[in-house]
Design a protein around this ligand. Sequence first.
Ligand code: IFM
Length: 439
Amino acid sequence: MAIKRSDFPEDFIFGTATAAYQIEGAVNEDGREPSIWDVFSHTPGKVKNMENGDIACDHYHRYIEDIEIMKEIGLDAYRFSISWSRVLSKGKIKNEKGLDFYNRLVDELLKNNITPFITLYHWDLPYYLYEKGGWLNPDIALYFQDYAALIFETLGDRVKNWITLNEPWCSSFLGYFMGTHAPGHKNINEAFIAAHNLLKAHGHAVKVFREIVKDGKIGITNVVSKIEPAQENEEDFQVAILVDEFVNGWFHDPVVFGKYPENAKGLLKQLGLKIPEDDMDIISQPIDFFGVNYYSRQLIKYDPYNPLMYKHVEGELPKTEMGWEIYPKGLYDMLKKLHQRYGLPLYITENGMAGPDKLINNIVNDHYRIDYLEKHFQQALLAIKNGVNLKGYFIWTLMDNFEWAEGYSKRFGIVYVDYKTQKRYLKKSALWLKEFLSK
Ligand code: IFM
């Protein structure tokens, strides 16, 4: 029998997720200043087809229509992020017009009975702060604390669910080591420093949150992957254990246990890298939940030539347009693992797929996305039945949007966006979801 909403606990929430730079557009309006992604996307060679978020989904002007769509589908919640450079000028001057936008957005959501979940940082550091050292600046955590306090003070009376950072692994390792994301550096030492400062920023934000929003909940969202050795040999097996700690533990363990994972830390010693061990008190401020972004598994092969000692191997499972294997069971495995290791409530804060979507006669028949979502919903339900304290599920993403280095070439939305007209079309997956939520 097909899965339906009433199979889930009564207080379980279903929502969709987005991020500011991916949807808002209006990059020069109402006092918004550039972020690292504005500069990166305008630099030749960084983003496919030199696309950028200047207009994106024009959500800044169309948020009312977008909320109507959420309402029509029957969604309970909406996860979005705040653009730091829209609300603070030069790192510290309050921009009332930018704050107003988020006030209006939150009010409109509440008016429609949609619960807001806010992410404070989804990769778009103000460029002004980048010029002051960005995530390598030891003071960046304090800038973040002030920014967080401003947002808590402005919206905390109405918004009770908060996420400090989205996928700090990507901000640090894609941004500072692989260079594929802003700011595009390629230095492994820098990546670890950025990672540490991101964790510090998270901790400072949690601390001020407790003082400002007494009745709210706060957590951090990490991307997790099921890590599997590429081959049945000792080297791949051992390196897969390290990679698992590194990918799935580096931003979890410090937050809960106040220390970095042991084996992965050993790997760093081997590389001659020194990671600061102070600041652990601030990093491990108690949180209320973990946000889980799950998309796929990674097949890992030992690679002595890579500073992190591994490389990815292509798997044999069917893949999405991102080239990511479709592996629903990995979601179950990761939820179980996180539950057992950390014992915190969990939200799936992102899950979804990029598909070969085509708008034909105003219809997008994304049956593959329905199949993907259904299979992942089943695994989430199984996890709940087996004791995981999973409280909600946010589909990535509400509508097609700017997919970072891939530009607009990848469509993850359950709503199709015609970028020329900015017209939105509910894909078959959105209609399926509407039906699912009604039962
Ligand atoms: O689009 C991104 C999102 O911003 C962060 N998590 C992964 C998604 C798909 O790549």
